[in-house]
Write a protein that binds this ligand. Structure first.
Ligand code: CUA
Length: 356
């Protein structure tokens, strides 16, 4: 058998490659690689992916077939210590193995470029959404819809959306797998993603860039809704924003504090029963009053001073078992002095409460 394989290596390799390629292509096309398609770009991107797979399988298979075939057919006999036959260049072969990959890669690059052009050309009257990444939460605001701010991403179906993605600290990556498109959030830059949601449903924004201890928890809900539901949501958010502002100015400080707590993303890292958050990246805030009493005393701080100092300079005092550098040092920059006071009062007023 080996002798036969050695005699006709090209035929053997071609046979092995052909059969393996057919099987490989059937397998890669049968695999359900992606979640549901929820944007108009998704079908094009999935087709692009399939074409890439179909182009990659033969290359992979051919290389593996030649390698495995040679290992089997040309293995040295036991005891054979002689040198192999000397091999010189083979111009025809070299031209072939340079030209074919060159044509394939160029064609795929052009195809990818055409698809991207097509996706980005579709925009008409886009909804602008500012996306802000921060260790370890996403915030969204709608600058043209009365500056609505939210920790949830709500989008109307069938309307173009332009995401303007920024970060407050390190690299993050804005990704909704069901929309397929993603982009890095790069310090100092605003990156853009253009897409049109095409399917009503609830999805997740995922951070796709390792950004620190809480990376895996850096998710936010996405809801694609009807245009009517979107308008209703915007109206409701605008109202609660005004109410929140009014509350901070006089009335319900607790509601304003709670809103600040979620809006600034504290809930991404801290457990607080009143705000229904549960994350153990930072110290639990249900123990905050007790901690403020205990640790504040060491520096002769009142509980209010202790909490305020802990937000403004997270590294100044570390609760035992928690590390420095996890909470961004400039976290308090997002808060005005009044907002910071509101947040401090809120935290001290609700900490220690049992979950209602
Ligand atoms: Cu942000 Cu990973």
């Amino acid at each position: 058998m080996r002798r036969l394989l050695r005699k006709r290596p090209a035929l053997g390799m071609a046979l092995l490659s052909g059969v393996s390629t057919a099987v490989g292509i059937v397998i890669v096309l049968a695999i359900d690689w992606f979640p549901v398609q929820a944007s108009t770009a998704a079908p094009q991107i999935d087709t692009l992916w399939d074409v890439l797979m179909i182009a990659s399988v033969p290359v992979f298979v051919l290389v593996m077939a030649v390698a495995l075939y040679s290992v089997f057919a040309f293995r040295a006999e036991p005891g054979d210590l002689s040198d192999g036959e000397p091999i010189h260049g083979n111009t025809r072969l070299e031209v072939i193995w340079v030209t074919i990959p060159f044509i394939m890669v160029s064609a795929l690059a052009v195809y990818g470029w055409v698809v991207l052009e097509d996706i980005e050309a579709k925009q008409t009257d886009p909804l602008i959404v500012n996306v802000n990444g921060q260790q370890f939460a996403w915030r969204f605001d709608y600058p043209e819809e009365g500056k609505v701010k939210s920790t949830q991403l709500v989008l109307p179906k069938d309307r173009d959306v332009e995401f303007r993605v920024k970060t407050d600290d390190v690299l993050h990556d804005f990704w909704v797998p069901q929309f397929r498109l993603k982009t890095d959030a790069v310090p100092g830059l605003t990156t853009k993603v253009l897409l049109k949601p095409s399917r009503i449903g609830e999805y997740d924004v995922v951070c796709a860039e390792l950004c620190g201890l809480g990376h895996s928890t850096m998710r936010a809900a996405v809801r694609v809704v009807t245009p009517e539901d979107f308008d209703a949501w915007i109206a409701k958010e605008q109202k609660s924003e005004t109410d929140g502002g009014a509350a901070a100015a006089g009335g319900d400080e607790a509601a304003a504090g709670k809103q600040l707590f979620t809006e600034t993303g504290c809930n991404a890292c801290h457990t607080l029963a009143d705000a229904e958050s549960s994350s153990a990246i930072g110290p639990g805030l249900d123990e905050l009053s007790a901690n403020a009493e205990k640790f504040g005393k060491q520096d002769k701080q009142s509980p209010e001073e202790y909490v305020k100092a802990s937000i403004e300079d997270p590294g100044a005092f570390l609760v035992p078992n928690f590390n420095d550098g996890v909470m961004p040092a400039d976290y308090a920059k997002q808060l005005s002095p009044e907002e910071l006071d509101t947040l401090v009062k809120y935290l001290l007023s609700v900490s220690g409460e049992e979950k209602p």
